[in-house]
Ligand binder design. Structure first.
Ligand code: PLP
Length: 478
């Protein structure tokens, strides 16, 4: 017993102390490069691991000071590399929520860099020299582009919906059609948001059909507003009925109630002029009698994450007075980017060229197809005989719950692993693509890995190709 216990104790005594390691030349050099706290943290971690191993009966590791330094350096370099990284979105979903939705135009990126580099006139009126309003930087543009009287901005559309409800319907009833009690991407569920905003949901109608009389019967003295939610990410087909916006607006106004719409995506132009399916615009909703409506900044609008609220000036003023507006307000970088994006809408004719989200959505299929044929042999060369690569027609999605049933014809590189256990080979390949310096994210479908090229713009093609030789070296069995 005594002998057994003494072995680890001797071995533990053989491990170096942190203090001695810190004084050694290689570790001291590491401290000079990365700072002492990170080096200390990593040294302790390694020494603890070694002590634990010895206590569990393993032979003590024989590490030189340089071994400690090298191991710590690798860990520190991993720690210091950014966690959020640019990726190639070849999923075929253009506005992919998990991949950051809309890519920003260059002018917006420059605005963010310039505004975030120093002090700015965020809440400072340069004309009067007095305190200003941060919404002022975008309010004029939003009003011009939607026809609204006033506008305000918060962090995202979920916050916008929450704030509209909390401001106008606290402790009151809000009738909503059962067909519009939707869940939008993970955490946004209309009934939950309503409950948290402090208002009572009055369900109206049925899942597939809701009539004007259903709303009429639901209105009581406790009703605060009529709410319409754009069912962004699903469509009900068949025997359906929804009440037209105009009728709901008339009903609301007859009872002196505001008519409010959560528009979801909301684009500022008629997408039909770009050959895309029609998506309701704020201007149309306001023309139909909406008093207040909200939409996202980073969906079809193609800007930064934001929630835009536009409508009647008195209602916007009430929203701005809600203390929660302060909690949900956007930062200067978002406002800088949003302002730059809204300015692009001044000239709809050049929008398809300058707004990346729209440029990707309207990329001609012939262009994507030619690119696929150009890239297929290069990818095949990298994958060698592990998989076969072919050019295939496919369908892109707009994403972010926009126009869910409308797909865009596109072209992809279809990767089919050859040989046995193809399922495993497929996930292995997908992993290797994710491990590249700029990860490549595709989608798995019918035992193939599809790389939809819609979002691989010409400017990024070279970067994509450069990585193929690295991929080849990494998947080649030694
Ligand atoms: C996307 C969406 C939301 C949530 O918007 P975020 O900007 O993602 O917060 C809310 N309502 C509808 C109808 C939507 O489509």
């Amino acid at each position: 017993m005594a002998e057994q216990a003494s072995i680890p104790r001797d071995a533990l005594a053989g491990l170096p102390s942190v203090d001695r390691l810190l004084q050694s030349q290689p570790v001291a050099a590491l401290c000079a490069q990365f700072g002492r706290p990170l080096v200390l943290e990593q040294l302790r971690k390694r020494l603890n691991q070694q002590r634990r191993a010895v206590r569990e009966g393993e032979a003590p590791a024989v590490w030189s000071d340089a071994d400690f330094a090298t191991d710590c350096m690798q860990a520190i370099e991993r720690l210091l590399s950014p966690s959020q990284r640019p990726v190639f979105n070849l999923t075929g979903t253009v506005l992919h929520t998990n991949l950051g939705r809309a890519p920003l135009p260059q002018t917006a990126i420059e605005a963010v860099v310039s505004i975030s580099s120093g002090a700015s006139s965020l809440e400072f009126d340069l004309e009067t020299g007095r305190r200003g309003d941060r919404d002022a930087h975008v309010e004029d543009w939003l009003c011009r582009l939607t026809g609204a009287e006033a506008a305000t901005v918060v962090n995202n559309n979920a916050a916008a919906v929450f704030l509209m409800l909390n401001t106008l319907a606290l402790r009151k009833d809000v009738p909503v059609s059962r067909g519009e009690l939707v869940e939008i991407g993970g955490a946004f569920r209309v009934p939950d948001i309503m409950a948290r905003a402090g208002c009572r949901l009055r369900e109206v109608g049925t899942t597939n059909r809701t009539h004007l009389r259903d709303f009429e019967q639901a209105i009581t003295p406790r009703t605060a507003m009529l709410l319409k939610v754009h069912t962004s990410n699903y469509a009900i087909q068949g025997f359906t009925k929804a009440v037209p916006e105009r009728d709901l607006a008339d009903l609301a106004h007859a009872h002196a109630l505001p008519f409010v719409i959560d528009l979801g995506s909301g684009t500022l132009v008629d997408l039909r002029q770009f050959g895309l399916p029609h998506e309701p615009t704020p201007a149309e909703a306001l023309a139909n009698g909406a008093d207040l409506l909200s939409f996202s900044g980073d969906k079809l609008l193609g800007g930064p994450q934001a929630g835009l609220i536009v409508g009647r000036a008195d209602l916007i003023a009430r929203i701005k007075r809600n203390p929660l507006k302060r909690a949900l307000r956007t930062d200067k970088m978002t406002l800088a980017a949003l302002e730059a994006v809204l300015r692009l809408y001044a000239d709809p004719d050049s929008l398809g060229e300058h707004l990346p989200a729209l440029r990707l959505l309207t990329r001609p299929i012939s262009d994507i197809h030619t690119q696929a044929q150009r890239l297929a042999p290069r990818l095949q060369e990298a994958l060698q005989d592990l998989a076969s690569v072919s050019v295939m027609g496919c369908q892109s999605q707009i994403g972010s719950g926009s126009l869910p049933v409308d797909l865009l014809p596109s072209a992809c590189l279809a990767i089919r692993p050859v040989g046995r256990s193809r399922g495993r080979a497929l996930s292995h390949l997908a992993k290797k693509l994710r491990e590249l310096a700029m990860p490549v994210i595709g989608r798995v479908q019918d035992d193939m890995l599809l790389l939809d090229l819609r979002c691989l713009e010409r400017a990024m093609e070279e970067r994509f190709l450069e990585q193929l030789s690295i991929l080849k070296a990494r998947i080649t069995p030694p």
